[in-house]
Design a protein. Structure first.
Length: 188
């Protein structure tokens, strides 16, 4: 084998092994939804596919609302999928946040509030995860149960974009249902 061929094969093998170790993941969070329920993601041991719709401004939040309506219609009853709308409020002045939260709660049903998770920190980590390009977009992420991002997009709602999101979710659901369970068989 030629030295250049060996070097190429070795480089490909190393990159193939190392790249998954640096795969983009969502920031971990332990917080509360608007209904005061405890939210942890990614959640160790969970088998739920995760969907996030993230907004970084009031206008971005308005764009997120359209995505959230479709997600709710399709996934609110599906226990295999957990979706969250995330208003990132780190940049909002602390004295204004209670008014923002009050307005959000008032505009949402109790069921919608359980999927609405305002965040007050890690803004830069979230911006990096979504490949932030402007505050007035909706940013969408589909992640596996461990929090590894498998699909993402940003912008206004579109039927084609939503079809891509659903395809990514469906693909993950097939993988998670095909994965062997970590539970041990019961002995009698």
């Amino acid at each position: 084998m030629r030295p250049k061929s060996f070097l190429l094969i070795t480089t490909i093998a190393v990159v193939s092994f190392v790249c998954p170790l640096f795969a983009q993941s969502i920031p971990s969070e332990h917080t509360k939804a608007l209904d005061d329920s405890e939210i942890i993601f990614p959640k160790p041991g969970s088998q739920q596919v995760l969907i996030f719709v993230i907004g970084f401004s009031k206008k971005g939040g308005d764009v997120c609302r359209d995505w959230g309506k479709h997600l709710s219609a399709d996934y609110v009853q599906d226990s295999r999928v957990m979706y969250y709308q995330i208003p990132q409020l780190e940049g909002a002045p602390s004295f204004v946040r209670p008014m923002i939260l009050h307005g959000m709660r008032k505009s949402l049903t109790p069921q919608e509030q359980s999927h609405f998770v305002p965040l007050y920190e890690k803004q830069e980590e979230w911006k990096q995860a979504v490949h932030f390009s402007g505050p007035d977009d909706a940013y969408l992420i589909v992640a596996d149960p461990e929090g590894h991002i498998v699909w993402q997009s940003h912008g206004n709602y579109s039927d084609s974009g939503y079809a891509e999101l659903k395809k990514a979710v469906s693909s993950l659901l097939q993988k998670t249902s095909a994965a062997p369970s970590n539970s041990k068989p019961k002995t009698q």
